[in-house]
Write a protein that binds this ligand. Structure first.
Ligand code: HEC
Length: 162
C-alpha cells in the first residue's frame, strides 16, 4: 500500500490546482455575497459617502430665521433664546421643591393669601428677590438658570397665585 493512498493530490501540478481552487472559490463566494447584499448595485465612493452622510445626519437642523421675524416693539416681551425654559419648565425644575409644598417658609404656589402682599410689591421687586435671593429664598432658587428664565418662573408662580 502506498503512503499516498486515498489522497487526491498526487503530483505537484495537482497541488497547485487544488491551492488555486481553494483560493478562488471562497473569494468568489465572498464577492457574490457582497453583490447580493448591495442588491447588485454598483456603489461608487462619492455616492456611498453621500448616502452615509445622509444617514448619519443629525435629526434637527439649525435654521436661521434672520429677517423672518419682525423687529420686536420696544418693551415687548420676546423670548431671548429659542431654548430658554418656559415659566412652567423653570418652576417645575427649580422652584417646585420649595414653593410646591411651602417648604422652609416659602409661600406656597396657589396660596393667594400668602402671595397677595408679595405680589403687591410689584413684579420688579419679586424678580429681584428671586434672582438675588431674599431671606430663606436662595438666589435663583439655587439654580443656574438665566435671569430671564427666573423672571418667567416668577411670572408663572404669580399667575397661579393671584
Ligand atoms: C430652597 C427653597 C426655595 C427654592 C428652590 C425657591 N424658593 Fe422662592 N422662596 C423661598 C422662601 C423660603 C421664600 C420666602 C422668603 C421670605 O420672604 O422669607 C421664597 C420667596 C420667593 C418669592 C417672593 C419674594 C418676595 O419678595 O416676597 C419669589 C418671587 C420666589 N420665591 C420665586 C422663586 C422662584 C421663581 C424659584 C425658582 C426659580 C424659587 N423661588 C425657588 C424658598 C425657595
Amino acid at each position: 500500500m502506498s503512503e499516498e493512498h486515498g489522497s487526491l493530490v498526487k503530483t505537484p501540478k495537482q497541488l497547485i490546482i487544488v491551492s488555486v481552487i481553494a483560493l478562488v472559490v471562497p473569494v468568489s463566494i465572498a464577492l457574490l455575497g457582497a453583490q447580493l447584499v448591495s442588491g447588485g448595485k454598483h456603489i461608487d465612493a462619492a455616492e456611498s459617502k453621500k448616502s452615509v452622510e445622509q444617514r448619519i445626519r443629525p435629526v434637527g437642523e439649525m435654521v436661521k430665521l434672520e429677517g423672518a421675524a419682525p423687529a420686536p416693539a420696544a418693551g415687548a416681551v420676546v423670548p431671548v433664546a429659542a431654548k430658554a425654559k418656559s415659566g412652567q419648565e423653570v418652576y417645575d425644575s427649580a422652584c417646585v421643591a420649595c414653593h410646591g409644598a411651602g417648604v422652609a417658609g416659602a409661600p406656597k404656589t396657589g396660596d393667594k393669601a400668602a402671595w397677595a402682599a408679595r405680589i403687591a410689591q410689584g413684579a420688579s421687586v419679586l424678580y429681584d428677590h428671586a434672582i438675588k435671593g431674599f431671606k430663606g429664598m436662595p438666589p435663583k432658587g439655587g439654580s443656574t438658570l438665566s435671569d430671564d428664565e427666573i423672571k418667567a418662573g416668577v411670572d408663572f408662580q404669580v399667575a397661579k397665585s393671584k
